[in-house]
Design a protein around this ligand. Structure first.
Ligand code: ADP
Ligand code: ADP
Ligand code: ZN
Length: 215
């Protein structure tokens, strides 16, 4: 099964993708994570993407679709994929169709995480992750069970994204509204979109998504 998690920054895409990976053995393909890895490694793509990401704008369609095609080619054909943060523009949505067709894959569900914009800034500025395993946390909504220690791997090092500040979030939200939300009708026309209340408790969101995937 291949699915898209769609929603503005802070909607809970990464959180829910991680749970699907843990619970169902699906593979998460996050263009944001892959771009951050490229920036860190100072690859040619990373060098191009760095300033664009820092500003909260969108990296070019060619770059992200290229990354997604390569990532799919590196996976076993039977792996179920969660597209997290891709596609984000109409051009990317069309590329994804081509990319999936060429590999004999199908898109089964698009889960739209519906959230209240006012809550997003708080979610984003409070977000942090384990520096070692990447587990996601939040200052207010999801503290580690033992303060300062990752629940999953025991690491005591955490990090915050440089673009997780209020100014950049506003730009990212505007990009979502202008370029990403308009791709929903493409998938609605195929009858594969389910809108899920992303303001609910994380466990409730997970249970709702599970129901959709098992239906
Ligand atoms: P996205 O990948 O869509 O940008 P994340 O999954 O990283 O969003 O979530 C953003 C922040 O909000 C994280 O710190 C996460 O712990 C927190 N969060 C995610 N889902 C919820 C929820 N349903 N309720 C409260 N906080 C949440
Ligand atoms: P969030 O979790 O807040 O939704 P991401 O981690 O998905 O953010 O993306 C971080 C940044 O990486 C974006 O602001 C953008 O600059 C870039 N990016 C990620 N995915 C894409 C994409 N599909 N198309 C263009 N730019 C992208
Ligand atoms: Zn960890």
């Amino acid at each position: 099964m291949n699915i898209i998690l769609l929603g503005p920054p802070g909607a809970g895409k990464g959180t829910q993708a991680q749970r699907l990976v843990d619970e169902r053995g699906m593979v998460q393909l996050s263009t944001g994570d892959m771009l951050r890895a490229a920036v860190k490694a100072e690859t040619p793509i990373g060098l191009k993407a760095k300033a664009v990401m820092a500003a909260g704008e969108l990296v070019s369609d060619e770059i992200v679709s290229g990354i997604i095609g390569d990532a799919l080619d590196a996976l076993p054909t039977e792996a179920g994929v969660i597209f997290d943060g891709y596609p984000r523009t109409e051009a990317q949505a069309l590329s994804l169709d081509t990319i999936l067709n060429a590999r004999g894959r199908k898109l089964h569900h698009v889960i739209e995480l519906d959230v209240d914009e006012d809550a997003l800034v708080e979610r984003i500025v409070g977000r942090f992750t384990c520096a070692k395993c990447g587990e996601g946390y939040h200052d207010r909504f999801k503290q580690p069970k033992v303060a300062g220690t990752c629940d999953k791997c025991g690491s005591t090092e955490f990090k915050r994204r440089p673009d997780d500040n209020e100014d950049t979030v506003r730009t990212r939200m505007a990009e979502y509204r202008a370029k990403t939300a308009p791709i929903l009708p493409i998938y609605e026309a195929r009858g594969i979109v389910t809108r899920v209340d992303g303001m609910a408790d994380m466990d409730v969101v997970s249970a709702t998504i599970a129901k959709v995937l098992d239906s």
